[in-house]
Design a protein around this ligand. Structure first.
Ligand code: UD1
Length: 440
């Protein structure tokens, strides 16, 4: 049974969000780190792992391969010495695109892998062509049948790989595969995201020879074997950014803890342009100061780009902030198409958002009004919660499982800031879905 979040937004005499919220370990760092544990038969410990639906799906996929996993209070212990299967099930892989990240590690360690195509996409088309092209350059042979990709190689051979696009997942998959390849692999036009650097740090601590992570050229010199390690996951920059925007929309001096502001430069700059001050109060802690009432947020233009550009994963939340701005904002999405699916639901709260191709035109209004809306994807769900917090009256956000994929204890964290937010079973049948699930 699906669940809803009921949010009592702003109203007469309602206090703004206040206090301190603690950011969890990064989901998008954790998933490849978990996949990397398959590279060794020794135990790997990950510290600060968030308790999220996506992490649980990845756990299931790795357990189904024969590994043993134990999770206790943010510590994840992975033991892949007992892995005896190279096949990842359709049922799990189609629920989460990041499950494709087990391909590189399985090839590196066992020379074979069988994995369902995420979302049933045909080979040669998005979204995994860059992964398999890179691995093919290293000597992997692929066959496709019944929606499964079969990959095998006698020995991965290091090579020079140019990525047509700096894909995060493809960079990670190729980096992991290359750790035990023969010779050196050089990835050109690699993704620069902090999660790539975190993965490189884990691999290095397992004995891999990786250099250049965080730059467009990543070099991996193959070694014979990797060993176990213990590694602390970086803080979740997207969760942190989401709370920064919540604090800008409905808060007064909210503090955010366990945040790496260095990973959030584009959001900090855009918030500043919009009139929201982001103060670093101490290392790892920031305070968010929205404009003093009756001043309003200012309209700004935003274009999503690969890191260090403005993250597509914060675009739905940031465009929701701009629904309350003074003036007209233009949001341009260049990373994923079909990423304005929150716009329709936010408009039900009274926002003026108009989609024009890969642009979203947002005409700011003084207020939003609560309504019943349905989440359609992870970051869109976060945007709906933010809108609900800032709206007058009650908002019900349905199908909250999208949110639970990527936000740890979101209702508890927001309640801790004074929000009136409760989780309840979804009693009303949702309306017909507006599009297919977009796994981010
Ligand atoms: C990761 C993040 C996701 C984020 C995205 C972009 C994880 C688990 N997920 O996803 O939250 O939104 O980065 O910052 O880390 N593409 C291809 N061919 C490929 C691979 C990608 O055309 O083989 C395209 C995609 O369709 C998209 C763009 O490249 O248009 C970026 O995708 P990519 O960087 O690979 O994102 P993910 O790793 O899937």
């Amino acid at each position: 049974m699906s669940e809803s979040l009921i949010i009592e937004g702003k109203g007469e005499g309602k206090p703004p969000l206040q206090g301190t919220v603690n950011i969890s370990g990064s989901k998008n760092a954790t998933l490849p780190l978990m996949a990397a544990s398959l590279l060794t038969d020794a135990p790997v410990q990950l510290i600060d792992v968030p308790d999220l639906l996506d992490v649980r799906i990845m756990k299931k996929i790795i357990i189904n391969l024969g590994a043993r996993i134990n999770y206790q209070e943010g510590n994840l212990y992975l033991d892949s010495s007992t892995v005896n299967s190279y096949s990842a099930s359709y049922r799990l892989v189609t629920r989460m695109r990041a499950s494709f990240l087990i391909l590189g590690p399985l090839l590196a360690r066992f020379g074979k892998a069988r994995i369902s195509m995420p979302g049933g996409c045909a080979i040669g088309q998005r979204p995994v062509d860059l992964h398999w092209k890179g691995l093919a350059t290293m000597g992997t042979e692929f066959t496709l049948g019944n929606g499964y990709l079969e990959a095998s190689c006698r020995q991965l051979i290091g090579n020079r790989i140019y990525l047509d696009y700096p894909s995060v997942g493809a960079t990670e998959n190729i980096m992991m595969a290359a750790t035990q390849a023969q010779g050196t692999t050089v990835i050109e036009n690699a993704a620069l995201e902090p999660e790539i650097v975190d993965l490189a740090n884990l691999l290095i601590s397992m004995g891999a020879k990786v250099s250049g992570a965080g730059t467009p050229t990543v070099k991996i010199q193959g070694v014979d074997k990797l060993h176990g390690t213990s590694h602390k996951v970086i803080p979740d920059r997207i969760e942190a950014g989401t709370y920064m925007i919540a604090a800008a929309m409905a808060g007064k001096g909210v503090k955010i803890n366990n945040i790496l502001l260095d990973h959030l430069k584009p959001l900090t700059a855009k918030l500043g342009e919009a009139g929201v001050a982001v103060l670093e109060t101490s290392p790892g802690e920031v305070k968010i100061l929205p404009p003093e009432s009756p001043q309003r947020i200012k309209a700004v233009n935003v274009k999503t780009m690969p890191y260090p550009g403005f993250p597509t994963d914060l675009q739905p939340q940031f465009s929701t902030l701009l629904t309350l701005a003074e003036g007209v904002s233009l949001i341009t999405e260049t990373v994923f198409e079909n990423r304005f699916r929150h716009a329709e639901a936010i408009s039900r709260l009274g926002a003026d958002m108009k989609i024009e191709g890969n642009n979203l035109v947002v005409r700011g209004k003084p207020r939003l009004r609560g309504s019943r809306v349905k989440a359609t994807d992870l970051r869109g769900a976060a945007a709906l919660v933010l809108a609900g917090l800032a709206a007058e009256g009650k908002t019900e956000v349905q199908d909250i499982y999208h949110l639970d994929r990527g936000y740890e204890a979101v209702d508890l964290k927001l309640s801790g800031l004074g929000a009136k937010i409760t989780r309840q079973r979804q009693t009303v049948l949702p309306e017909a879905p507006t599009g297919k699930n977009q796994n981010m």
